[in-house]
Design a protein around this ligand. Structure first.
Ligand SMILES: Cc1ncc(COP(=O)(O)O)c(C=O)c1O
Length: 424
């Protein structure tokens, strides 16, 4: 049943060279058009294998991989298999991520996902029983489980704060959670729940003034909004390429500031963590850990996925981060305005403050039926519309993500379904 909804692999292969070539042979087709030009986005939509009739508004869970990226991955796997070429470390991906986030390549290490970065940080910061760590109540399971597990196993104490309606309220709530025992704050830049952009720069500045270590979960920003880690001022920043940057699944990164690298315990060590070792001496010895964040990338890795990630970031740069941000924030505003027009049966939860609104809008249905929000998601599933149910922190809401491959008529379709639902 499920299979019929998608193009067969053979059909995909038949299409792929056409669209891949369209991009490769004709990159000018988007360069001279600005973010307001809908035709530009329609043309770019052709780079995505998404099936016609499938309204995918869930990029916050997983980005759709465009053909040029799929091709890069396939080509790289083929090269490895035909030449027996073992993937070596290349600085290209590190440089691309560093360039996009305002830091240097030696402060970036590649991970397979956000959770891996969170774990390196959570277990790498020296803490003792009773030390307090502040998290938000809107954490993703991957953002909080490592800390909760450490609190169970090592007795650190977790304190939480609620994101507010706007940046100012969020900052005030965070401030109230600080005590003399606070050692770390680990917060999402954009939570998975309601997509609100949190004031991480202000949170980090306040934390720094009290000698608190700062870690930012950046699962969502890369590819959605432009940001500068140095300006945010955090010690650690962990994100991924497989959401808004539209890279292959299983690609992430971790930033570790130079100032904190040596103080961070490296819990996983293997090939590439250190340049030398000697098993014939007694006792066996190893050299120093390499002096860069890449000491955290160890052992054989999926080079082809990294090659796909490079392609995804090149495509992002080619189209233009500014243009993409305008487009996807514009679509989110378009959706939010339409939801706000629907009256009190639809409660828009994501902040309407422009600085706090990214490319995800969350809402819940208040029509007297306690199950309405979940029911509506089931209705959407039946109509081939994909949105995410948010059960975290009992929020009971729906999150809609809009990327540049989404079109206004897809947003209209969702809103029309919602009108039908609340009207009935
Ligand atoms: C805010 C946030 N943090 C962490 C994660 C975990 O990401 P990953 O699955 O790449 O480990 C997610 C995933 O959706 C997320 O939204």
């Amino acid at each position: 049943m499920e299979r019929r909804k998608f193009l067969s692999a053979a059909a995909l292969l038949a299409l792929k060279p056409t669209f891949g070539n369209l991009y490769q042979s004709n990159p000018e087709f988007y360069l001279n058009r600005n973010a307001d030009n809908v035709e530009l986005w329609k043309d770019l939509r052709a780079l995505f294998p998404l099936q016609k009739g499938r309204t995918y508004l869930n990029n916050g869970t997983m980005g759709i991989t465009p053909y040029p990226v799929l091709q890069a991955v396939e080509q790289s796997f083929l090269t490895a298999a035909t030449e027996g070429a073992y993937p070596g470390h290349s600085d290209e991906l590190l440089k691309l991520i560093a360039g996009l986030t305002g830091v240097t390549a030696d402060e970036i290490t590649i991970t397979k996902n956000v959770s891996e970065g969170t774990n390196h940080v959570c277990w790498g910061i020296p803490l003792k029983a009773g030390d307090e760590v502040i998290l938000s109540t809107h954490e993703h399971v991957g953002g909080c489980l490592p800390w909760i597990h450490r609190s169970k196993s090592e007795g650190i104490v977790i304190k939480t704060f609620h994101p507010g309606k706007n940046a100012e309220e969020t900052l005030r709530n965070f401030e109230k959670a600080i005590t003399k025992k606070t050692r770390v704050v680990a917060v999402p830049h954009i939570p998975c729940t309601i997509g609100q952009i949190l004031p991480v720069k202000e949170i980090c500045a306040l934390a720094k003034s009290k000698n608190i270590i700062t870690a930012v979960d950046g699962a969502h920003p890369l590819g959605m909004i432009q940001f500068n880690i140095r300006e945010i001022g955090c010690d650690y920043y962990y994100g991924c390429i497989h959401k808004w940057a539209l890279g292959p699944l299983g690609t992430g990164f971790l930033y570790i500031s130079k100032n904190i690298l040596e103080k961070t315990k490296c819990t996983h060590i293997a090939a590439y963590s250190s340049a030398t070792f000697n098993m014939t001496s007694n006792p066996p010895t190893m050299g120093e850990l390499v002096p860069t964040a890449s000491r955290f990338t160890y052992g054989t890795f999926s080079g082809p996925l990294f090659d796909g990630a490079i392609k995804a970031l090149q495509l992002y740069n080619d189209i233009g981060p500014d243009k993409i941000e305008k487009r996807i924030r514009g679509l989110a505003t378009y959706l939010q305005d339409k939801l706000l027009e629907l009256g009190n049966k639809v409660e828009v939860i994501t902040s309407t403050e422009a600085a706090s609104r990214g490319a995800q809008i969350s809402f819940r249905i208040n029509n007297g039926n306690k199950k309405a929000t979940q029911d509506f998601q089931s209705e959407c599933n039946k109509k081939n519309i994909v949105i995410r149910y948010v059960g975290e922190s009992d929020l009971d809401c729906l999150r809609v993500s809009t990327h540049y491959y989404n079109m206004e008529d897809e947003v209209d379709l969702l809103v029309d379904e919602l009108k039908k639902y609340i009207g009935g």
